[in-house]
Design a protein around this ligand. Structure first.
Ligand code: ZN
Length: 134
């Protein structure tokens, strides 16, 4: 099963815009809210190696626009391998995910390689519930 052409275009464009002079491993991501709005991100590396992942970039764009809930997450890496979110990004997704949030890893041609829930990617995740009430 493939994603629709508009989403594929967003992912492909972001992948092409990724700034990855150190790893040469571009990644693109789209965060979709429950109302269907989509926010795009790519990874941005810097010389001291503390760059921003594509997922973090897209989540920042979503939050900047005032959204706080993820319905669907899409991640596309440079090849046909499974480019799953890194541990740090799994925690970032956790912050805005619900039990029904879908996380899809996409091939360059738009094929959905594998789909996850947060529970499968980050079981028993630490979250705001573990912090003292404010
Ligand atoms: Zn990451």
């Amino acid at each position: 099963m493939k994603v629709d052409d508009a989403l594929l275009e967003k992912l492909t464009t972001a992948l092409g815009n990724a700034y990855v002079p150190y790893s040469d491993h571009p990644v693109a991501s789209v965060m979709e809210t429950p109302d269907g709005e989509q926010f795009v991100g790519c990874n941005v590396e810097v010389a001291h190696y503390k760059g921003v992942c594509a997922e973090g970039s897209a989540i920042s764009a979503m939050v900047t626009s005032g959204h706080r809930t993820l319905a669907r997450v899409f991640v596309m890496g440079p090849g046909e391998h499974l480019c799953t979110p890194c541990g740090d990004c799994r925690q970032r997704i956790r912050e805005f995910a619900t039990p029904t949030t879908e996380i899809h890893v996409i091939a360059r041609d738009g094929e959905i390689l594998k789909s996850y829930t947060l529970q499968t990617l980050l079981p028993d995740a630490f979250g705001p519930e573990q912090l003292p009430p404010r």
